[in-house]
Design a binder for this molecule. Structure first.
Ligand code: FPP
Length: 267
C-alpha cells in the first residue's frame, strides 16, 4: 500500500469515531510554529510559512468534508509588524501570491473569503487583491473562510467601544441600550456564530490577542505539533477531543435522576 493510501485509511478510521451531529460549526485556528519548524530543519523561516499554506489548504478541505461551516485563521497579528522587515515583506507577498493562485478554486467551491483586521497599512496591490477576492466570493454560502490579518482582539474591542460611544454622543443610541447583542453586531465578525473550538498548534498555551470577545466560551485544544506538520489526522484528533468535552457555559450539566437539594448544603 502506498504511503498516501495508508494515511488516507488512518484518517478514515479516525473520522469514523466522530459524531457527525456534533461537529463544531466554527473552528478558529492559531497556526503557530512555522518559524521553529523551518529553523529545526536548518531552513529559512520562509520555508515554514510556505509549508504552512499547504497545511492550511489540507485543513480547509478536511473541515468542509466533516461539515464545519466556518474556519477563522490568525494569519498576521498586530504584533507581527515587529518581525524583521524581510519576514514581514515575505508574508505580505505570500498572502498576495496565495490569493491570486487559489481564489478561483475557493470560488468554485462556493466558499466566501473574508479578511478581518485593519487593512490600512498593507500595500495597495494586496488591498486590491483582497477586495477583489471578497467581491468575487461575497454571495457564496457553502463555507466561510475568515483570514485575520493585522488583527488584534483588544483593538477590535476598542474599535467597537468607540463606535458605540460616538453613536451615543450623537443621540443615535442611548447609553443604556449598549448590551452584548449591540456589541456583537459591531464586531468585525458580526453575523458569524462564535467559534465552538479554538485550535492552537506548537504547544503554546496562550490566546495571543486573538478573537478575545468571540472565544469567551470556546473549547481550547492545544496541539504540540508545529503548524507545518499539522494535518487532517491531527485536525480529526482535535475534533474528537472537542466532542469528549461537556460544554456547560457556566451552568451545570443536567444528568437524569440528579437534583439539587438545599438540604445538601445545610447538612
Ligand atoms: C506563525 O508561525 C505563523 C504566521 C505568523 C503566519 C501564518 C501564515 C500563513 C500560514 C499563510 C496563510 C496565507 C493565507 C493567504 C491565508 P510563527 O512564524 O510565529 O512560528 P514560530 O512561533 O515558530 O516563530
Amino acid at each position: 500500500m502506498s504511503l498516501g493510501k495508508i494515511i488516507g485509511q488512518k484518517n478514515k478510521d479516525l473520522s469514523k469515531r466522530i459524531d457527525k451531529q456534533k461537529v463544531p460549526e466554527h473552528v478558529a485556528i492559531i497556526m503557530d510554529g512555522n518559524g521553529r519548524w523551518a529553523t529545526k530543519k536548518g531552513l529559512p523561516r520562509s520555508f515554514g510559512h510556505k509549508k504552512g499554506v499547504s497545511v492550511l489548504k489540507e485543513i480547509l478541505k478536511a473541515a468542509k468534508k466533516l461539515g464545519c461551516k466556518v474556519i477563522t485563521v490568525y494569519a498576521f497579528s498586530t504584533e507581527n509588524w515587529t518581525r524583521p522587515t524581510k519576514e514581514v515583506d515575505f508574508l505580505i507577498n505570500l498572502f498576495s501570491e496565495v490569493l491570486k493562485k487559489e481564489i478561483e478554486e475557493i470560488h468554485e467551491e462556493s466558499t466566501k473569503i473574508k479578511f478581518i483586521g485593519d487593512l490600512t497599512p498593507f500595500p495597495e496591490n494586496l488591498k486590491e487583491i483582497i477586495s477583489n477576492s471578497e467581491a468575487l466570493t461575497k454571495n457564496n454560502n457553502k463555507f466561510l473562510f475568515n483570514v485575520c490579518v493585522n488583527y488584534g482582539g483588544r483593538q477590535e474591542i476598542v474599535k467597537v467601544a468607540k463606535e458605540l460611544a460616538l453613536k451615543s454622543s450623537s443621540g443615535e443610541i442611548e447609553p443604556h441600550e449598549v448590551n452584548e447583542e449591540l456589541f456583537n453586531s459591531a464586531l468585525l465578525t458580526h453575523g458569524t456564530k462564535d467559534p465552538e473550538l479554538l485550535i492552537r498548534t506548537s504547544g503554546e498555551k496562550r490566546i495571543s490577542n486573538f478573537l478575545l470577545w468571540q472565544l469567551a466560551y470556546s473549547e481550547i485544544y492545544i496541539s504540540d505539533v508545529l503548524w507545518p506538520d499539522f494535518n487532517e489526522f491531527e485536525f480529526l484528533k482535535a475534533i474528537i477531543d472537542y466532542q469528549s468535552r461537556s460544554r456547560r457555559f457556566g451552568g451545570i450539566e443536567s444528568l437524569p435522576n440528579e437534583s439539587f437539594e438545599d438540604s445538601q448544603l445545610s447538612s
